[in-house]
Ligand binder design. Structure first.
Ligand SMILES: Nc1ncnc2c1ncn2[C@@H]1O[C@H](COP(=O)(O)OP(=O)(O)O)[C@@H](O)[C@H]1O
Ligand SMILES: [Mg+2]
Length: 280
């Protein structure tokens, strides 16, 4: 099982959009995926109608407080192979409380290690909060890879603090990084400035870019992923390419199923059940 955390210390850079759609894309490829909302704003939770964003019962808040097990709070979604753990706003206060406990950044890692969670899923995808916090540290600690979206020069600048935190928590840097341009094609001048800043900092950008796509901006209203809502859109193509890039990270650079990129962007439900999860 691999854990992918979508992260940056800035709101509005596309984290939740990427987390939801990458998780959904991996599930459509045949993988068993657990999407976890670690944002106290509970954006994805409301997107999936998986909670009201306030009630702690049945959410990660309750699991971190050891009132329920992680298994207890894993919900099915309407989508095959995609399970979900909801957030609630109590996560913010809880973050402050746990910071008094020694070893608090590994609390989520411990929950995941229990109850055979690692055997039950091929991927966990984590949507993280907008600010550096104890909860964000829990999103960093167990990750095998980070997707870092950039939609502004501010997002590139705020990444410096995240990178410092990554190295503090994971000093041997045993993680992969995908720096992904997000929603910048509508502003070519800004896109160029973002790329220049990244080059100045010697930051490699991912092969995939999530272009500006009006359907992506509306997909949360629809309750599903871009693959269900507008499977032929630019947004669906870009998310499919990003999903492929994520998979390649863990298959020694070899795309396991290159033919699937076509299937995912096709309007028909692809025959994904035949594809066995290869990265468990
Ligand atoms: N590629 C894109 N094209 C158009 N709109 C986008 C794109 N990515 C994100 N958005 C929109 O930008 C806003 C911020 O995205 P979101 O995923 O919520 O960011 P974050 O989780 O980092 O705060 C949302 O309204 C979302 O619908
Ligand atoms: Mg968000």
């Amino acid at each position: 099982m691999k854990i992918i955390t979508v992260i940056n210390a800035k709101g509005g850079c596309g984290k939740s959009t990427i987390a939801m759609n990458v998780a959904s894309g991996l599930a459509r490829y045949g993988h068993r995926v657990l999407l976890m909302d670690l944002d106290p704003q509970a954006q994805v939770t409301q997107w999936l109608a998986a909670g009201d964003g306030l009630t702690a019962d049945g959410t990660l808040v309750s699991a971190l407080m050891r009132q329920q097990t992680l298994s207890d709070v894993i919900q099915a979604t309407g989508f095959e192979r995609l399970s979900f753990v909801a957030s609630a706003d109590g996560l913010e206060d809880l973050g402050r409380e746990i910071s008094q406990t020694e070893g608090y950044p590994s609390m989520l890692t411990q929950l995941i290690a229990e109850e055979h969670i690692t055997d039950r899923f091929d991927f966990i995808v984590i949507d993280s909060p907008n600010q550096i916090s104890p909860i964000m540290e829990n999103a960093i600690f167990p990750a095998d890879a980070f997707i870092v979206p950039f939609e502004s020069t501010k997002a590139v600048k705020s990444y410096a603090s995240i990178y410092k935190l990554l190295l503090k928590l994971r000093p041997i840097a045993d993680f992969r990084l995908l720096h992904v341009l997000s929603n910048l094609t509508r502003l070519p001048g800004l896109r160029k400035r973002v790329l220049t800043l990244m080059q100045n900092d010697a930051m490699a950008s991912a092969r995939s870019e999530i272009r500006s796509c009006g359907w992506l901006a509306q997909v949360d209203e629809n309750g599903g992923s871009i693959f269900h809502y507008r499977p032929l859109s630019k947004g669906a193509q870009d998310m499919a390419a990003l999903v492929e890039e994520v998979r390649e990270l863990f298959t020694n650079g070899q795309p396991a199923h290159p033919e699937i990129a076509d299937a995912v962007s096709s309007a028909d439900e692809p025959q994904l059940d035949a594809i066995t999860a290869s990265t468990a």
